[in-house]
Ligand binder design. Structure first.
Ligand SMILES: Cc1cc2nc3c(=O)[nH]c(=O)nc-3n(C[C@H](O)[C@H](O)[C@H](O)COP(=O)(O)O)c2cc1C
Length: 194
C-alpha cells in the first residue's frame, strides 16, 4: 500500500460546536499557518494573508458570521484574507513574486501569461479561490494534529472586513474555526466515487 494522507482526510469533519477549555497553543497555530504557507497558488502569487483573530476582534468577527456556534465556541479563529489591488500586474508585489518564481531566469513569459488572464474586476474572486487551497492545507494539518475544525464561508463580507480591519483592496476568503469538538464525529456523507 503506498503512503496516503487518507487518515487525516477521513478524520476531518466540520465541527459545529467546540468544547470549552481547549486552547490552541502557539506551536499548534504556527504549524497550521506553515501548512497554509506551503499551499500552491496560481503563478506562485500566494495571494493571501493569514490573520489569527485576536481576543479584541472575536465578538465582531462572530457577529459578522451571524454568531454561528462554530465561531462563537472556537478555541481559535484564523481568517484567510485574499489580496486584491497588489495583484495588479504592475505592482511591486507581483514583481517580487515573479522574480522569486523565475529563480534568476526571465520573467517576461510569466508576465505575458499573467497579463492575458488578469482582470481587475474579477481578481478578488480569483484570489479567494487560491485562498481555499491554503485553507485545505490548514484543515488537514489540524486533523493530522488531532484538532477539530470548521471552514466558515457564511459571513457578511463587509462586516468581516471591518471586524478584521482589513486594508482597502483585501477581502475575506474564509474563516477557519479550530478547537476540540464538543460533539461526536458525524457520519461522513459523500457521493460514491462512480
Ligand atoms: C467554502 C466552505 C464554506 C463553509 N462554510 C460553512 C459555514 O459557514 N458554516 C458551517 O457550519 N459549515 C461551513 N462549511 C462546512 C460544510 O458545511 C461541510 O464541509 C460540508 O457539509 C461537508 O461536511 P464535512 O466537512 O463534515 O464532511 C463550509 C465548507 C466550505 C468548504
Amino acid at each position: 500500500m503506498p503512503p496516503t494522507l487518507l487518515d487525516p482526510i477521513r478524520q476531518r469533519y466540520a465541527c459545529r460546536r467546540f468544547a470549552a477549555d481547549h486552547a490552541i497553543s502557539p506551536d499548534e497555530l504556527a504549524l497550521l499557518l506553515e501548512a497554509g504557507r506551503l499551499a500552491p497558488s496560481a503563478f506562485g502569487l500566494e495571494p493571501w494573508r493569514f490573520v489569527a483573530v485576536d481576543t479584541a476582534q472575536r465578538e465582531a468577527v462572530a457577529r459578522a458570521c451571524y454568531d454561528q456556534p462554530a465561531v462563537t465556541s472556537a478555541a481559535a479563529l484564523v481568517a484567510i484574507v485574499a489580496l486584491g489591488t497588489v495583484l495588479d500586474p504592475d505592482s511591486d508585489y507581483v514583481r517580487a513574486r515573479f522574480e522569486a518564481e523565475a529563480r534568476g531566469g526571465d520573467t517576461a513569459p510569466v508576465y505575458e501569461a499573467y497579463r492575458a488572464i488578469y482582470r481587475a474586476d474579477s481578481i478578488a474572486a480569483w484570489a479567494q479561490g487560491q485562498c481555499h487551497f491554503a485553507a485545505a492545507h490548514m484543515l488537514l494539518q489540524a486533523a493530522h494534529m488531532g484538532l477539530d475544525s470548521c471552514p466558515i464561508g457564511g459571513f457578511d463580507a463587509d462586516a468581516l472586513t471591518t471586524a478584521l480591519a482589513l486594508p482597502a483592496g483585501e477581502t475575506p476568503a474564509l474563516l477557519i474555526a479550530l478547537g476540540h469538538c464538543g460533539d461526536p464525529a458525524p457520519e461522513r456523507l459523500r457521493k460514491p466515487l462512480d
